[in-house]
Design a protein around this ligand. Structure first.
Ligand SMILES: [Zn+2]
Length: 199
């Protein structure tokens, strides 16, 4: 399985855990961050990016990394330019946050409010910059600056979000997110799982 194209479920977790984490994280972003960020993240979770891949076509990466068929969420989530933005501007570990698993808010290493908020800013920036380049075009040289500028626009006018982005450097203290309450397996679900495992 190609981890760039498919979600790889880490050992010890399952789809139920991932769905609950993603749902909890989406709710948190919706409550704490500007609506424009919640909207970009929602569009990502529901595969609403108008990429070539979505229409079963191929097109080059609009962030100009050189990937000939990179116009897809799967690619943008782990594009070298996205990784650079994580490293140089957002103080996010690209190994964790520049992944499809993080772009759908389900990565198990998203544990702090600050990182989750900043991930929302990252998704907002990549989503909007690729949209603008798709409709208006852009020279290769300005792509990275456009991403940085879009991060600033994402938090504009929202004191909480602006404070989080400003505190990414040099480093900030992280506040743990509330734990996800994992519902215990019901007897019925347990039975179904046992039956499925026997098949
Ligand atoms: Zn790329």
């Amino acid at each position: 399985m190609d981890p760039g194209k498919h979600l790889v479920i880490p050992p010890g977790s399952n789809h139920h855990d991932n769905a609950r984490k993603a749902n909890r994280n989406l709710q948190w972003l919706g409550e704490k961050m500007p609506p424009r960020i919640g909207s970009a993240v929602f569009s990502t979770l529901w595969n609403r990016w108008t990429t070539q891949r979505r229409f079963q076509k191929r097109g080059p990466c609009l962030l100009a990394c050189g990937s000939p068929d990179g116009d897809s969420i799967e690619h943008y989530s782990r594009c070298p330019v996205t990784k650079r933005l994580c490293r140089q501007h957002l103080h996010l570990d690209p190994e964790v946050f520049a992944t499809l698993h993080a772009f759908v808010l389900a990565h198990p290493s998203i544990w702090s409010q600050e990182d989750l908020a900043t991930l929302g800013v990252l998704i907002y920036s990549v989503y909007n910059v690729t949209n603008r380049i798709r409709s208006q075009g852009a020279s290769r040289e300005i792509v990275y600056d456009a991403l940085v500028q879009m991060c600033r626009e994402g938090v504009k006018g929202d004191p909480y979000a602006m404070k989080i982005l400003a505190a990414r450097w040099p480093s900030s203290t992280n506040t743990r997110l509330p734990a996800v309450s994992l519902l215990p397996w019901t007897k019925k679900t347990k039975k179904l799982r046992e039956q499925r495992n026997q098949m």
